[in-house]
Design a binder for this molecule. Structure first.
Ligand SMILES: *[C@@H]1O[C@H](CO)[C@@H](O)[C@H](O)[C@H]1NC(C)=O
Ligand SMILES: *[C@@H]1O[C@H](CO)[C@@H](O)[C@H](O)[C@H]1NC(C)=O
Ligand SMILES: *[C@@H]1O[C@H](CO)[C@@H](O)[C@H](O)[C@H]1NC(C)=O
Ligand SMILES: *[C@@H]1O[C@H](CO)[C@@H](O)[C@H](O)[C@H]1NC(C)=O
Ligand SMILES: *[C@@H]1O[C@H](CO)[C@@H](O)[C@H](O)[C@H]1NC(C)=O
Ligand SMILES: *[C@@H]1O[C@H](CO)[C@@H](O)[C@H](O)[C@H]1NC(C)=O
Length: 510
């Protein structure tokens, strides 16, 4: 079981290194270094300045990458940047809004992803990892200087994945050649002619980690194609059967056509319009001002609800039949129906709550109906959705499974337990997005005493007293110390206050 994370540099008082989270499996074992410790940049610095800083960082990271790759080729470097304050100058969704027939328009203005649009006579050519557009316009003779069909008029290269700034993961993504050729009148065969547009994207990279599956894949897919009203075909690079199964419920709400495995399907697919790459806004969120139809993260939540409803109602009916057979006593069940429900998204191993049983007991004493959810890789998302969507409060320790906050119903309470050394990542990846979804978010930052590390180190050790200083030493320290080796023993008296607050809040809004 390989754990993986990536570090984040942030424009704060000092450039720091941070962690996203981890999950069960990974394709990569990233290793990061810090790049520049002395920059003092105010949080509210102007976007221009941040762009300058961004460019410097890119430059700096290139040098470092080169340096480290040449000194130790086992290191793969991952960089992330705090975008939140520069996003205004980010994508202008209208850059490629009117692409003339027979041309490619690429919008490479975002630091998170590139996106290209091709219109006209578009054909896939899987063998050469290409998408070819035949131009019948006379202009092509002029542009190409000859009428040789073999000579491309325009050639763009794109890796359709949403982590453009992380060179090492981008290098693992398949490249696509987008080519405009002159149509000399030769008959080009179409194996399949599609009447609706295609959207090309990759399910490689960090796919395998729930946070990344939603943040880098499903949400960008929603942003890019919800306005097609299912009249769109998905063409997938680095196709995984399990991904199609896992996200089938959602995919069928976004497209009514079967997905195409780009490298596995050698047939020539013809389209009149293709979009290559996905748009992405911010961590687990949607900027409705940049989305067609002004769609927001709440609309995405409604889509999830529609996606999972058919499967969940089947499950409910199945259970009803079982109950009738067995003859269950409904009294206990109806007694619990009035109680607000609290779900603990549980981890074991690293970042587990070691006194979870006591926490369950305490929550029950307060008046909650408690369910402990232990999501595993194989757990069907519809089943997790059902549990989370039926609860009023979700509690869990910082980690990829916190992505399930997207499954909570509007107005729920989300309590994220924040272990030592994970403040920034917990806030950026889950806290802020949860607030944007309209949840009542409570970040429970543990005291050193509640951490297992308290027993492993001297009381004055910076690991306990100054996690930022440890994080700034490098990614491998963060991972080894705070992520892989820390468990949490909640101070019940202290945590109880949060639960009581959540209880009253829940009672009052219902
Ligand atoms: C984005 O494009 C629109 C329409 O072309 C324009 O009005 C707007 O000023 C642009 N915004 C930015 C930030 O470039
Ligand atoms: C663009 O090209 C397609 C396919 O060649 C054609 O069907 C369509 O009519 C063209 N549209 C325009 C506006 O020229
Ligand atoms: C792609 O390659 C396969 C095997 O090399 C070949 O059989 C097939 O005809 C090729 N398809 C196209 C469209 O060139
Ligand atoms: C877009 O939606 C938001 C709510 O998500 C709303 O406040 C805003 O007024 C809407 N804007 C437009 C132009 O419809
Ligand atoms: C989610 O919960 C809401 C509110 O209780 C309910 O209306 C909705 O049907 C639930 N969705 C699913 C898919 O079960
Ligand atoms: C996690 O819990 C499951 C069962 O609840 C157990 O089989 C598994 O070994 C545990 N994993 C770790 C790392 O403790």
């Amino acid at each position: 079981m390989v754990k993986y994370q990536k570090n984040h540099l942030m424009y704060n008082k000092r450039i720091k290194e941070y962690v996203v989270d981890e999950d069960e499996e990974s394709c990569l074992v990233p290793f990061g270094v810090i790049c520049g410790k002395s920059s003092h940049i105010n949080k509210r610095a102007k976007p221009k300045l941040l762009y300058f800083v961004f460019l410097s960082l890119v430059f700096c990271s290139l040098i470092l990458t080169h340096h480290l790759l040449s000194s130790n080729s086992n290191f793969s470097l991952l960089y992330s940047f705090g975008f939140d304050k520069c996003s205004e100058a980010d994508i202008n969704t209208s850059i490629c809004s009117s692409v003339p027939n027979g041309t490619i328009c690429c919008d490479r203005s975002s630091i998170r992803s590139d996106i290209c649009i091709m219109r006209g006579d578009v054909r896939t050519h899987s063998n050469s990892s290409s998408i070819v557009l035949y131009n019948t316009d006379g202009l092509s003779d002029y542009l190409s200087g000859n009428d040789d069909e073999a000579t491309p008029i325009q050639h763009e290269i794109i890796r359709p994945y949403t982590r453009k700034w992380e060179t090492s993961v981008m290098n693992t993504i398949d490249e696509l050649n987008l080519i405009v050729k002159r149509d000399s009148g030769t008959h080009h065969k179409c194996d399949i002619q599609h009447d609706v547009p295609a959207v090309f994207f990759s399910t490689g990279g960090y796919t395998g980690n729930l946070y990344h599956e939603f943040n880098d894949g499903i949400l960008p897919l929603y942003i890019t194609c919800q306005h097609f009203n299912k009249k769109v075909v998905f063409v997938i690079l680095e196709y995984h059967g399990w991904w199609i199964t896992k996200y089938g419920d959602i995919l069928s709400q976004l497209s009514e056509y079967p997905v195409i495995d780009f490298s596995g399907d050698k047939r020539v697919h013809c389209f009149r319009e293709t979009i290559i790459g996905l748009r992405i806004h911010d961590e687990l969120s949607i900027d409705s001002s940049l989305t067609e139809g002004n769609k927001s993260i709440r609309d995405f939540h409604s889509l999830l609800d529609q996606s999972y409803w058919p499967r969940i109602s089947d499950l409910i009916q199945e259970e009803e039949r079982e109950k009738e057979k067995v003859g269950v006593n409904n009294n206990q069940i109806s007694k619990n129906l009035n109680k607000p429900k609290l779900v603990i998204v549980s981890r074991n191993g690293s970042r587990a709550i070691t006194n979870e049983e006591s926490v369950v007991k305490m929550a029950e004493d307060i008046g909650f109906l408690v369910e402990v959810l232990r999501p595993e890789r194989s757990t069907e998302l519809a089943k997790i959705y059902r549990v989370v969507n039926s609860s009023d409060v979700m509690v869990g320790v910082h980690g990829a499974a916190m992505t399930h906050f997207l499954f909570t119903k509007p107005g729920s309470v989300f309590i994220q337990v924040v272990p030592l050394g994970t403040d920034w990542a917990a806030e950026t990846y889950y806290g802020e997005p949860a607030r944007k979804l309209g949840l009542r978010y409570i970040g429970y930052k543990i005291w050193a005493k509640e951490s297992s590390l308290y027993h492993d180190y001297e009381k004055k050790d910076p690991i306990l007293t100054d996690p930022d200083s440890v994080n700034s030493k490098g990614w491998e320290f963060t991972k080894k110390i705070y992520l892989d080796r820390q468990t949490v023993r909640l101070d019940l008296t202290r945590f109880q206050k949060r639960l009581i607050r959540a209880y009253h809040y829940t009672i009052n809004i219902n």
